[in-house]
Design a protein around this ligand. Structure first.
Ligand code: OOG
Ligand code: MG
Length: 254
């Protein structure tokens, strides 16, 4: 099975909302090959009018690493059609087994063509916001190896960003909460994200530069979840909140 066939299989699994067996069970992939598969699968998305919209970081917190049994930081691509802004409903039948997690989003202020050190990241950020990421592994039972999940664009499927706040807003060690229908599903400190969410922005610029993926003004970086993800099982109101950042929400339909 060549890398393009794997990319097509993953792309079609996402489109049909139908899980597939893990790639690593039938073919060994290196990390480099897995990122090639990810980029080939994105080419199929761009063919169907989706635009590259930014990066998401994954496994930047111990809570996520433990939930999924993976210790390495990963990154994936966001596209315009994953952005739920202006759309307050998530249609569950379009997804396989979606989960939601609370995140911090960064809005890129100007084009970035290099790795930005932590001390300079604020010069490149126009705003910060509370966000919800919806992840939907294309693999059966939401089970994968590191290489599998990278090839699958790190389970990216949808995201919703709250109101942008300026950089004077504290995002260090704030409590991030995810609730479904008013019931708390998970909470964690933003400092669970690499000790400091701005480090995730710096890492995203380093990886984007390493993989020649230009980050442009108005694109978004998702820093990675501070808590484990929660399964969305029925029609529910999904809300993430953090003091100072406010709330963001959407409802689900069948
Ligand atoms: C992989 C994506 C990880 C995060 O925020 O850590 C991620 C997954 O858990 O399926 O998005
Ligand atoms: Mg995430």
């Amino acid at each position: 099975m060549n890398l393009n066939n794997i990319a097509l299989e993953l792309h079609q699994a996402a489109d049909a909302a139908k899980a597939i067996p893990q790639i690593s069970h039938k073919r060994e992939l290196s990390i480099d090959e897995a990122y090639v598969v990810q980029s080939l699968s994105m080419a199929y998305r761009y063919q169907q009018q989706e635009r590259f919209a930014g990066l998401k970081m994954g496994f930047t917190s111990v809570a996520k690493m433990e939930q999924m049994g993976i210790q390495d930081m990963i990154w994936g691509r966001l596209t315009s059609s994953m952005d739920l802004s202006g759309n307050s409903q998530l249609k569950l039948s379009s997804y396989i087994h979606p989960r939601a997690e609370p995140e911090i989003a960064f809005l890129i202020k100007k084009d970035i063509h290099k790795a930005i050190p932590l001390e300079e990241v604020q010069d490149y950020i126009a705003g910060v916001a509370i966000a919800i990421e919806v992840i939907d592994s294309r693999y059966e039972n939401f089970k994968f190896s590191l290489e599998d999940v990278i090839a699958d664009n790190c389970s990216s499927t949808a995201f919703k960003v709250g109101e942008w706040k300026d950089l004077s807003t504290n995002i260090q060690d704030i409590k991030m909460t995810m609730s479904f229908d008013g019931q708390e599903m998970a909470n964690g400190s933003s400092s669970a994200i690499l000790g400091n969410p701005y480090k995730s922005f710096a890492a995203a610029t380093r990886l984007a530069h390493q993989y020649s993926e230009p980050l442009k003004k108005d694109m978004i970086i998702l820093a990675g979840a501070a808590t484990a993800a929660s399964y969305i099982k029925t029609t529910q109101k999904i809300v993430a909140e953090a003091p100072g950042l406010g709330t963001v929400s959407f409802t689900t339909s069948n």
